[in-house]
Ligand binder design. Sequence first.
Ligand code: CMC
Length: 447
Amino acid sequence: MNEMSKPGAEAKSGHNAPGSATLTLDGTGKSVTLPLVPGTIGPAVADIRKVYPELGIFTFDPGYGGTAATESKITYIDGDAGILLHRGYPIEQLAEKCSFLEVAYLLLNGELPNKAQMAEFDTGVTRHTMIHEQLRRFYDGFRRDAHPMAVMTGVVGAMSAFYHDSLDINDPEHRRISAFRLIAKVPTIAAWAYKYSIGQPFMYPRNDLSYAENFLYMMNAVPAEPYNVSPVLARAMDRILILHADHEQNASTSTVRLAGSTGANPFACIAAGIASLWGPAHGGANEAVLKMLAEIGHPKNIPDFIAKVKDKNSNVRLMGFGHRVYKNFDPRAKILQETCHEVLTELGIKDEPLLDLAMELEKIATHDEYFVSRKLYPNVDFYSGIILKAMGIPTSMFTVLFAVARTTGWISQWKEMMEDPSQRIGRPRQVYTGAPLRDVPTAAERG
Ligand code: CMC
């Protein structure tokens, strides 16, 4: 039995007074002092690096719920209070006062840009939006009915085969160019994945449009007629991109960091992040919310559905609810709830049955003892799916859009890791629970 003494700093105080914790291995007289590493805000963390060398035991934390894998200056979340900060700025203020590209600059560089810096950044991104013409032909190799996330994973991974001139991960200029290329090209790659799936011609990016407008243009325009992007929809898209831009050390970001820790090139790392994001417990949830709402079909079916969700044997979850870190309303969900109404008004959608169903579900779930006692609140995906559907974006593109936004966070986190001199290869350990040492029986002995 091990005993960890109460840390010298109060987890929630934010004071982070330096101190230490002591881990004692009962019955051996051995103990190790674990220095507490303070953060700017939030709980300190116990540095456990000496536990194995000094006590000969590993720590066990499946799902990494209580383990800090890295130091980071990019994003801070207080899940109990429902707070999300990027470089210290609250997400609500960023969503209100900034464009997605300003937030991207902030995540990458640590500060918001001044006018000259923004103009240079904007031009840099705009000048990289086209993709290599040979990469364009790569699409033809996919089945027409492939999921766009499969296409994204493949095409982004293939970027490493096309942009050899920015692959030296130890060269800061190469890292900078790769970051630009990724942020600039993922919307083109994503929009073309969609165009490919519906058999329409690819639309080349337009440098006179904003990041969000250009994405909507490449998704929705056709060469046969002019396409005007609605400012309300462009703003909604920009906001959705901001709200998905980064989220601390989540599964896909940790995947990017783990891949990057081996020295893999940034395009390969982001492709790994996209694959990780695809799952329904992570970025695939917005698509799953829509499927769930369609399955429920009518508010009268909600009680039966909620009963299934509560039944431990059913494996049914209320998609768009719950979060590993937020044990309160997801602040991004609050912002999107507002955006959702703006978009529906702009589009003249008064009675959207799915929205009515979602609102009814939200009402019930936020009052039901099962959800309240487990602190399961609506998360960002609950509303983003409804907005995107209202904007005419097909369900299969929802997670793709998340990937477009999160590329900024992934590449910022990757860059931060590459600039960290203490960075080493990620290599978790395990509790081995398999067979003990045994001899291989001969084929005859195996019968
Ligand atoms: N519906 C019903 N019950 C739930 C749900 C849900 N959505 N989420 C968690 N629970 C229950 C779970 O069954 C468990 O109950 P009990 O204590 O009785 O066994 C308790 O709540 C704790 O759940 P957990 O599985 O330990 O929580 P977790 O932190 O491992 O999972 C989660 C977090 C996001 C995977 C989970 O809440 C979930 O599957 N939600 C639905 C999918 C979803 O909306 N994902 C998007 C997350 S936000 C976007 C992103 O960051 O990618």
